[in-house]
Design a protein around this ligand. Sequence first.
Ligand code: MN3
Length: 235
Amino acid sequence: MLPRRILLLSATATLFARPRDAAAQAAGPYALPPLPYAPEANEPHIDAQTMTIHHDRHHAAYVANLNNAIKDYPQLATLAPDALLGRLPELPDTIRTVVRNNAGGHVNHSMFWQIMGGKGGAPGGALAAAIERDLGGLEAFKGAFNRAGAGVFGSGWVFVTVTKEGKLALAPRPNQDSPLLDGARVLMGNDVWEHAYYLKYQNRRPDYLAAWWNVLDWAKIAARYEQAMAGTLAI
Ligand code: MN3
């Protein structure tokens, strides 16, 4: 048996090596999409260091873990990540949970980067009308969304799902569970894992939830809404 100090050292080395290793191993069918803006684009509400670590290490690790999980199942590599989640019950038992977590992490973060980098404000057009109709208007929607996000115990997400008919609903989820698991489409969502906000907000998740609205790109969200209604929204 190894001396205790060596065990501790090797555990520490593994812990610190993980993010870099994860990024280096990202060869496979799934790829980390680049951030669609500079890491400081969401300052001061979300700091550049959080964006960089979140994208380059956390999201990269989900992609690497997903590629690693399916490497012995080449037939799965042809599936888009939303299809992989939608067909989770058909997957081999041995990889079902790791795919749920890491394909979930991949699609959730891919959506998340896409809808930020904006200046907040309010949506217009058909999306504004749907928010009015299904969620009681923008202010009521923001309040309910922030309460749902604050109410996620531990790590998770708060999403808005959208049906093909354009109907909106709040959908909080634990861990990296995606509404795609249930066959729903995701209009938008906020990441309430501590890694999304801890450097700047520490334990003040409600402050992060409130500030997040200032970085939304409503034009991108409106485009997702149109795609959902057209049946072309993937992740
Ligand atoms: Mn995250």
